[in-house]
Unconditional design. Structure first.
Length: 334
């Protein structure tokens, strides 16, 4: 796998995600739009359906089921419910962070307003639980239904705790580096849940379920770090809003903590009525001078190695090789 080029790695990853996650995503998109007669809700739900294209989480659930010898088809409805839940949690996150654009595309609250976005998020959450209890329970082995239900509840609790912590850090003015990194790890709990649920549906052993859950958490943390780095380098054009709101990316917090020059620059820019492109360029330049980018790349490599090591002891099935590829690919994307 290490001999693959960046393009080959990306193509292989995309093939895995499409093969293992597309079915549940397609089903989730369809359910988003079902039984909606109110025209005020139709437009934002259609927009959400068109722009929520996450195949990773349902793919992780399918692969973790296969990794313990289960049938991935048994995860489709549970993965559909998780896909719906993650889309609604994403909306809540954008409302709380006042994120108007993500990856150059308007977020749901950015396009339709926070109020309507929250209504849609609540509706999608309700649809997710309907799928879970009306459809997924029929596919899940009877002995594992209580376990899977508990895992969904734990996931929502952990995500709620992460959002509460995020809100508290924003009020404090970003908080400490340790707290910010802890938040990034907490925000990866969705992938941990997907792995545990998939392995449970596949009737994996307690050790296998915990092992795969650990992998999901480390993979998720690596992805969160990567997203954080892209924001700090302004690749997603969100850095000005982050500075204005006092919600700095981890890598920029690390730089500010170690450089008086970076600290003074951020303080000056945050007070400006309008943050210019030249200001952001200067922030990125000063941040890079501190070695913050190298620090994050080294941190990411450690997470990737730990995630790979968690797979030791799993039987040599195709799913295990897919997991290795998925996490190793993150090193190409940093």
């Amino acid at each position: 796998m290490n001999n693959l080029s960046k393009k080959e790695m990306e193509e292989r990853v995309q093939q895995i995600l499409e093969a293992k996650g597309r079915k549940a995503l397609k089903k989730a998109k369809k359910i988003m739009l079902e039984d909606i007669e109110d025209r005020n809700l139709q437009a934002p739900l259609q927009y959400l359906s068109e722009n929520w294209n996450d195949t990773l989480r349902p793919a992780l659930m399918a692969l973790s089921c296969e990794a313990v010898g289960g049938d991935a088809e048994a995860t489709v409805s549970a993965a559909t419910a998780m896909t719906l839940l993650c889309s609604s949690m994403n909306i809540y996150d954008h409302v709380m962070d006042r994120t108007k654009f993500k990856r150059f595309i308007p977020t749901l609250p950015g396009k339709f307003g926070a109020g309507l976005a929250l209504i849609v998020a609540g509706l999608v959450t309700a649809k997710a639980f309907n799928v879970l209890y009306e459809h997924a329970r029929k596919e899940i082995p009877p002995a594992k239904r209580a376990t899977v239900s508990k895992l969904f509840q734990e996931f929502l609790m952990k995500m709620s705790e992460a959002e509460a912590m995020n809100l508290n850090l924003t009020r404090q003015g970003s908080g400490s580096i340790r707290e910010k990194f802890q938040l990034l790890q907490m925000q990866a709990t969705d992938m941990e849940a997907c792995m545990k649920i998939g392995a449970s549906i596949g009737c994996g052993s307690e050790r296998e379920i915990e092992q795969l859950g650990r992998y999901g958490l480390l993979l998720g943390a690596t992805i969160e770090i990567r997203e954080d780095l892209w924001e700090a380098l302004n690749y997603t054009l969100e850095l000005a809003d982050k500075i204005r709101d006092g919600s700095l990316p981890y890598v920029l917090m690390w730089a500010v903590n170690r450089s008086e020059k970076a600290r003074n620059l951020l303080s000056t820019i945050a007070e400006k009525e309008k943050i210019e492109a030249t200001d952001i360029k200067k922030v990125v330049e000063v941040m890079s001078e501190t070695g913050a980018v190298d620090h994050v790349n080294k941190l990411s490599r450690k997470l990737i190695n730990k995630a790979t090591n968690t797979l030791a002891g799993l039987r040599e099935r195709e799913a295990k090789h897919s997991f290795k590829l998925l996490v190793e690919a993150q090193g190409f994307l940093l």
